[in-house]
Design a binder for this molecule. Structure first.
Ligand code: TXA
Ligand code: MG
Length: 316
C-alpha cells in the first residue's frame, strides 16, 4: 500500500496528482480544484462518467463562500450548524470553478469534512479538493485505507486516517424555490436541518427530493461484488431459496445474512465494511431483511444505500 502524509499529499495534489483522503463518511479520491490535470485523473482512475459532478471539500465556511456566487443565509446557517460534518451544500457556482467539477451545471457541491488530517491538508491549500468517494464508479464506497488499496492498488497514494466513523456518504442538500431539498439522505436528516432553521427563525421547509443531477440517485449504485438481495422478515433460506435463485437466474451455494445492527449509527458505520467482507470471505450471495425500523428517518440513508446496492428484492 502506498501511504502518504499531509505534507507529501499537498505536494502531490498541487502537482496534478490524486490522493485518497480520509473523511468522517467515506474515503475520497481527491484532486486539487486548481489543477485540471488532477481533476481529469479523478474521472480516469474512478472510471466515472463526466456527467456526474464532484463535491469540493473546503477548510471552512469562508472558503466555501468564495467558490460560490450566491451563498445565502440558509447556506450560512446550515454550514455553521453542521460543519465540519457530513453535509454537502449545493450553491450557485463561482466563476473560477472548473466546469469539469460541476459537469457543466451552474451549481457546485461543497462540504467541510470532519477529519483532522484532511482538515489540515485543506488548510494548507488554496481553494479546495474535489473528491468523490474513492471507489470505481457504481461500486461500494471505501471506509478504510485497505478498502481504497483493494480498489486502486498502488495507483493511488493514501492518506490513512483510520476507519471512517459515519460510514455512509454525506447528506446532499440544495435550495430550490426557497425550500431546502435533500438529494441524497445521510446522517443528518430533514428533521435535523429543519430544527436548525426553525431555531433561527427561517420559515423554510426541508423535504426529500429526487435530483436528476445527483447520480447517487441512479438506480444502481454502491454495489458489492456479489449480489445483495433484500428479503422479507419471514424469509428462510432452506424454504425460500428457490425464489431468490429464480429471481437472479442462478444457483447459490453459500449465502450469508447481513444482520443489521439495532442502532442506525452502528449500521451505517458497518454497512460497507460488511458488504465488502462477505465477498472476501467467499460467500456468493448476501441477504438482508427489510425491517420496520427502516421507515424511521434515522435509517433513511442506510435504506437508500441498501436499495441501490441490491440486485433484487423479494418482499411480499
Ligand atoms: O461523504 C461524501 O459526500 C463523500 C466524501 C468523500 O466526502 N463523497 C461522495 O462523493 O460521496 P460522490 O461523488 O460519490 O457523491 C457526490 C454526490 C453525487 O450524488 C453528486 O451527483 C452530488 O453529490 N452532487 C455533486 N455536485 C452536485 C450539484 N452541483 N448538484 C447536485 N448534486 C451534486
Ligand atoms: Mg460515490
Amino acid at each position: 500500500m502506498k501511504k502518504t502524509d499531509v505534507h507529501e499529499a499537498r505536494h502531490l495534489l498541487l502537482s496534478g496528482g490524486v490522493v485518497a483522503i480520509p473523511t468522517e463518511t467515506v474515503y475520497g479520491l481527491g484532486g486539487w480544484i486548481g489543477s485540471p490535470e488532477g481533476l481529469q485523473k479523478i474521472f480516469a482512475v474512478k472510471e466515472r462518467p463526466f456527467f456526474d459532478p464532484l463535491i469540493v471539500h473546503v477548510a471552512g465556511i469562508s472558503e466555501a463562500r468564495a467558490l460560490t456566487s450566491n451563498w445565502t443565509e440558509i447556506h450560512e446557517a446550515l454550514a455553521r450548524a453542521f460543519w465540519p460534518g457530513p453535509l454537502t451544500l449545493i450553491a450557485d457556482r463561482g466563476e473560477e470553478i472548473d466546469p469539469l467539477i460541476t459537469s457543466g451545471l451552474s451549481s457546485v457541491g461543497l462540504r467541510c469534512p470532519d477529519h483532522p488530517l484532511t482538515l489540515e491538508l485543506l488548510r494548507s491549500l488554496k481553494g479546495g479538493v474535489a473528491a468523490p468517494s474513492a471507489n470505481k464508479f457504481g461500486k461500494t464506497s471505501p471506509t478504510t485505507a485497505l478498502h481504497v488499496f483493494q480498489e486502486f492498488g498502488d495507483e493511488v497514494p493514501i492518506l490513512d486516517g483510520g476507519p471512517c466513523e459515519v460510514g455512509i456518504e454525506s447528506t446532499v442538500a440544495g435550495i430550490r424555490d426557497g425550500v431546502v431539498e435533500i438529494y441524497r439522505p445521510g446522517k443528518f436528516t430533514a428533521a435535523d436541518l429543519k430544527e436548525v432553521l426553525d431555531s433561527q427563525g427561517f420559515e423554510t421547509d426541508v423535504r426529500y427530493a429526487e435530483s436528476p443531477v445527483a447520480p447517487g440517485q441512479l438506480k444502481h449504485h454502491y454495489m458489492p461484488k456479489i449480489p445483495l438481495v433484500i428479503v422479507g422478515e419471514a424469509f428462510q433460506w432452506e424454504k425460500d431459496r428457490g425464489e431468490v435463485e429464480k429471481l437472479l437466474g442462478q444457483r447459490f451455494e453459500s449465502p450469508v445474512l447481513w444482520q443489521q445492527p439495532q442502532k442506525a449509527e452502528i449500521a451505517s458505520r458497518e454497512l460497507y465494511e460488511s458488504l465488502r467482507s462477505f465477498d472476501q470471505q467467499g460467500f456468493d450471495l448476501i441477504l438482508t431483511k427489510k425491517l420496520p425500523r427502516h421507515s424511521e428517518e434515522d435509517w433513511r440513508g442506510i435504506w437508500n444505500r441498501l436499495d441501490k446496492a441490491k440486485s433484487g428484492s423479494l418482499l411480499k
